[in-house]
Design a protein. Structure first.
Length: 231
């Protein structure tokens, strides 16, 4: 375990104690002063955000400490698992998700691929356009040397000049939408560490399309080929 990882893990215990103390204080009717009650509410909210931030920093440490073992992942199966895990969010937002992935397999660490797809889908829901029903199209295909996965939405979109900002740590374009702005930063870290890349096409008021390129699994060298090479 790295020093940063140990610091992150050791910090969660004291944070839990502080959170419990704040919760107990909030439950005690120490004062009827509305200003004091409002202050306690602000402190509690700020602390929860800080705790989330520490957890997300821990995720960054795990990514930077090394990639997991890669394997061939059935894209459709993994997407269905993610959809099931956020079913309530999909239904409550009125979002429709369509898939065109066929039998595509992606060579990648499963937990990291899940994080990528999960973040792209939940971001599409989060930044949906309130003026029309939310729609997401997830497509995937395999080409020689790489696999490609795209998550396209009809959300609020953004200016092309703002694309780089969303990939910076804590980069946020809309302060009114919940989140620390760290998800896409992590996604690009994961993808770049594996030799892939992520591209974005977007237009304000029309939506965004995120396409991820994954390096294909290396072709095993057969014994006969080795004899030929060594001849």
């Amino acid at each position: 375990m790295t020093v940063n990882a140990r610091l992150t893990n050791s910090g969660m215990g004291p944070l839990s104690n502080i959170e419990l103390s704040i919760s107990l204080l909030s439950g005690l009717q120490l004062s009827d002063d509305p200003k004091l009650l409002q202050l306690m509410k602000i402190i509690n909210t700020s602390f929860k955000r800080f705790r989330t931030l520490v957890s997300e920093l821990g995720a960054i440490v795990k990514i930077e400490s090394g990639m997991s073992v890669k394997e061939d992942i059935d894209a459709n199966e993994l997407i269905e698992e993610i959809e099931a895990s956020i079913e309530n969010r999909i239904i409550s937002s009125g979002t429709t998700i369509k898939k065109d992935v066929g039998a595509t397999k992606i060579y990648f660490p499963k937990k990291n691929l899940r994080s990528i797809i999960y973040n792209l889908i939940t971001n599409a829901i989060k930044f949906r356009n309130p003026d029309r029903p939310s729609k997401i199209l997830i497509s995937a295909r395999s080409e020689k040397g790489y696999s490609e996965l795209t998550v396209k939405d009809n959300g609020i979109g953004m200016l092309p000049d703002d694309v780089e900002k969303i990939f910076s740590m804590y980069g946020r374009l809309n302060e009114n939408i919940e989140g620390q702005g760290i998800g896409l930063y992590l996604i690009r870290k994961i993808i770049n560490a594996a030799g892939g890349k992520i591209l974005v096409e977007t237009e304000p008021g029309k939506g965004s399309s995120f396409t991820v390129y994954f390096v294909e699994a290396p072709v095993p060298v057969k014994a006969a080929d080795l004899k030929t090479l060594n001849a």
